[in-house]
Design a protein around this ligand. Sequence first.
Ligand code: GAR
Length: 221
Amino acid sequence: MNIKRCAVLVSGGGTNLQALLDAEKRGELPHAKISLVVSSEPAAYALERARKAQVETVVLPESDFYKDAYFDKNAYSQKLLSLLRQKQIDVVALAGFLVIVDEPVLSAYRGRIINIHPSLIPSFSGDGFYGLFVHEAALKRGVKITGATAHLVNEITDGGKILLQKAVEVRKDDTPETLQRRVMEEAEWIILPQALEMVCADCKSQRKDGAPSCISERSST
Ligand code: GAR
């Protein structure tokens, strides 16, 4: 079987990384091998989870790429791309990664980067919508159903092709924190592993340039 080398990119607690590691251990990711964890935060607990699972870790601190108050996202992505290439990574999963992934990573890994977002896109998505802010906005708006979305990553924040979504009921007494936890448990931790397996299984053939040919952003399946 053609097994893809996957990198998981993290910035925080890493519960979604844990869901991926657990799914792999249970044999639910037959086309994927979680081979690398990259963190933008040196103190991220996700790194501990990776080490416990004996997965290689690399810290690429976001703070190293600030010049005055300006974050050089292109320089960050250049560095990230050389790392992904050096480690022969085929597929990338963003699991609570708080750095915007930019060119040249987007072009090199088109159709091969997935993200988990804690809402039913297109609601509560795009620039500024991440983590607890998403759930605060959902509660403020008064939606009765929210959820999570696993999608491909492109130039538009949270704008890539949707792979999987799962709905979660909002309760009357929910706080942003309780809602965040339930969306993780009932949606994110389920659909992120499924989406990673879906993309890896789809990467069957090798393109002429050596890169695997993966899910098309334009296909309707
Ligand atoms: C998750 O809820 C994930 O959906 C969210 O950050 C959290 C990371 O938690 N991502 C975004 O908001 C991206 N826009 P984790 O580190 O425990 O996996």
